[in-house]
Design a protein around this ligand. Structure first.
Ligand code: FES
Length: 165
């Protein structure tokens, strides 16, 4: 997957991460059982899990860096990159696929310049795909945050995304 976060951005985050870990060292005992609560704590504070935070969690918990990275990537609720303010989910389920879901996804990708799993550089939008959003009768569908948009066309995608503030 293409890396959206620049090295500069990670370096910019360093003071924020340092302050956060000063708090975390006070809040946690620093044992292996605290791995997931610590990941949750960092994600709540920063919105994602930068690499230097994962390495610091490994050091604090005594869990190997490989296991910390493995855990962070296993659970979809954890993000290793900054997440866009608005999450767009395009359905890739069968009902949507047969009604042109791939075209909808391509249009969103083209307009935002990102692929699923990525966020726009200004962090306005994040893009994901889902197996079914439970509105198959309205296929093809997509969601923006909690709003479902059905009977999508490429034109509707352009209208929605260019009018989203
Ligand atoms: S397959 Fe797309 S909403 Fe169900």
């Amino acid at each position: 997957m293409e890396q959206v976060v620049s090295k500069e951005r990670l370096v910019e985050n360093m003071p924020e991460v340092d302050n956060l870990f000063a708090e975390i060292r006070r809040e946690f005992k620093g044992n292996a059982d605290e791995l997931i609560p610590m990941l949750q704590r960092v994600q709540r504070a920063l919105g994602f899990l930068p690499e230097q935070a994962l390495l610091e969690i490994a050091r604090l918990t005594g869990v190997s860096a490989a296991r910390v990275f493995g855990t962070a990537t296993f659970y979809t609720r954890f993000h290793l990159q900054p997440v866009g303010k608005n999450t767009i989910r395009v359905c890739r389920g069968t009902a949507c696929h047969v009604r042109g879901g791939a075209r909808i996804l391509r249009e969103v990708e083209k307009l935002l310049g990102i692929k699923p799993g990525e966020s726009t550089p200004d962090l306005e939008f994040g893009l994901e795909t889902v197996a079914c959003i439970g509105a198959c009768a309205l296929a093809p569908t997509m969601m923006i945050n909690n709003d479902t948009h059905g009977l999508m066309t490429t034109r509707k995608v352009r209208e929605i995304l260019t009018h989203k503030d």
